[in-house]
Design a protein around this ligand. Sequence first.
Ligand code: XMP
Length: 325
Amino acid sequence: SWTPDNIIDMRVEQLKQQIGDKQVLLGLSGGVDSSVVAALLHKAIGDQLTCVFVDNGLLRLHEGDQVMQVFAENMGVKVIRVDAEDRFLTALAGEADPEAKRKIIGKTFIDVFADAARDVSQGSDGKPVEFLAQGTIYPDVIESAKSHQGKAHVIKSHHNVGGLPDDLQFELVEPLRDLFKDEVRKLGIALGLPHKMIYRHPFPGPGLGVRILGEVKKEYADILRQADAIFMQELERSGWYEKTAQAFAVFTPVKSVGVVGDGRRYAWVIALRAVETIDFMTARFAHLPYELIETVSNRIMNEIAEVSRVTYDVSSKPPATIEWE
Ligand code: XMP
């Protein structure tokens, strides 16, 4: 019968068989799928697993530290954190077009990951890496079998590290390939991953890169991280985080006039986005209580000097998309 513990035991056995005493590399994003793969592989092969976590500077507040805390500190998983903020921001400088930004982020990710993979596979202990693990789940398999046109194809191409250079050819390990998201979540909980990590909203591969409209700058990312963290705190506090499928703040490169004390403040506009959806193909803007929106808006304007105005996005999908870019 399908119980998480049965599945875990079976997969652990299969992984041991498949991998033997070889070394495995995994790109850890902190998302549900790669996290569950990391936990599963750690259970199966322990120290033969090395994870690479790329901090692209486009993550949410404290996100990188949290990933390190859960995996490296609590679980004893070998994780290499690559601080690549400068590399990503330099590559993105001057680019305002959404699809061009996605491409740059995807390509830079591959480059950074490939460099790290080379370092690991030339490893100090002289044991080459033969396997690359990926958090591919069943819907990804279906998705990539479908049309190669449009965004659907783009969606997972960043997480799943296709397109690695020729000198880095690995055999793939994809232990979640036949599982649906809800099954993956159950495995994650049974493997002892934090509830918060397993039930969090989806976060796009390009991260804040597509939530900062137009050109990406560190200054904007820092403001957005603060605003987003306030929004998340209040959603969680009010019980609305679980009632929405996805929620986030957006940095608009628009300045607006405000008033603080005796003075005027000419500062940035932050937009809040929250949606209800089952399949992410269509979505309705979440009907958050006005009081909640008011609390979030006041906190953002009071706590972040660089923000003078907050708006709430009342667009549904279609015709709007969930992300602003
Ligand atoms: P849209 O904005 O197309 O988003 O309505 C639908 C879902 O897909 C996510 N999304 C992405 N995920 N890379 C990703 O990994 C991307 O480039 C990307 N664009 C959108 C979005 O967050 C939402 O969950």
